[in-house]
Design a protein around this ligand. Structure first.
Ligand code: CTP
Ligand code: MG
Length: 262
């Protein structure tokens, strides 16, 4: 029998901006770091086969910094995420640590797995008490801070599973294995899904305990539990860097941002 998931409490209120919180000294490891209320899990253990840059995608440079650095920096700049847990290949811990050295105290590095969901699960284990968990692809490293903030705030306000989405601009056809068109989907009912995806921590942990087939996002696991996933507006800059073309686009976006144009 399916058990009803424990309802996420709505008593929580958004965290005040970092600048308004009492500040411990620089060497003090505070409770938010040891037992974060809001944590982000970053699967970064992929090979980057389609990008084919000769190194795992997370370490590919974008305007002189790794994609991983951009990703972690954006999460922490949101001032909503207390700890970031990054999953990388077992042999890449030192490289990952170096990539995020400037923001190190709030970043943990763990070993990912063979599939994205294994990497997420490994990272999730290290934040067993977090009330809110974001899952954010390292490959979506230019996601605007405003999207990250909106996802955290939606979960703190009581949504248990939230995904940023875009409408579909292309016509989408369904084809058979031979490439023959069998139908045209109603694009008005379709959405492109991005990250960070935000969850009540207990719900995401339960979803990851289920045996599952290959899923490409965490909301898919939550859907399998019969729990409603809600959407909020994503952003074009939250696109996933997958191919060399995407990396070229990312260079332009990051360049525009550095020049204050975006
Ligand atoms: N990922 C992961 N562990 C895996 C596979 C993927 O943590 N075993 C991460 C990637 O590092 C990436 C995100 O999941 O941040 C989305 O995956 P994708 O874009 O497919 O990245 P790669 O798997 O690295 O790329 P490719 O499929 O082209 O090899
Ligand atoms: Mg992949």
């Amino acid at each position: 029998m399916r058990t009803t998931p424990r309802c996420y409490s709505t008593r929580s209120s958004p965290l005040p901006p970092e600048s308004q919180r009492p500040g411990p000294g620089p060497d003090h490891v505070d409770d938010r770091v040891l037992a974060p209320r809001v944590a982000a899990v970053v699967p970064a253990a992929g090979q980057g086969m389609r990008l084919a840059a000769g190194m795992p995608k997370a370490f590919v440079p974008l305007r002189g910094r790794s994609l991983l650095w951009h990703c972690v920096q954006g999460l922490l700049a949101s001032e909503r995420v207390e700890v970031v847990v990054v999953a990388v290949g077992a042999q890449h811990h030192d490289r990952a640590r170096a990539a995020v050295a400037e923001v190190g105290a709030r970043v943990r590095i763990v070993t990912g797995g063979a599939h994205r969901c294994d990497s997420v699960r490994a990272a999730l284990h290290t934040v067993p008490d977090a009330e809110v968990v974001l899952v954010h692809d390292a490959a979506r490293c230019l996601t605007p801070v405003s999207v990250i903030q909106a996802v955290v705030e939606a979960v703190l306000a009581g949504q248990r599973a939230v995904v940023p989405v875009l409408t579909v601009v292309d016509t989408i056809k369904q084809v058979d294995p031979d490439g023959r068109v069998v139908g045209t989907l109603d694009r008005a009912a379709l959405r492109v899904v991005q990250t960070p995806q935000g969850f009540a921590g207990d719900l995401l942990r339960r979803a990851h305990r289920l045996p599952s087939g290959p899923v490409t996002d965490d909301a898919g696991l939550v859907e399998a539990l019969g729990v409603t996933v809600t959407t909020l507006p994503g952003h074009p800059h939250a696109f996933k860097i997958t191919t060399p073309f995407d990396l070229a686009v990312a260079e332009m976006v990051a360049g525009g941002r550095a020049a204050g144009q975006a």
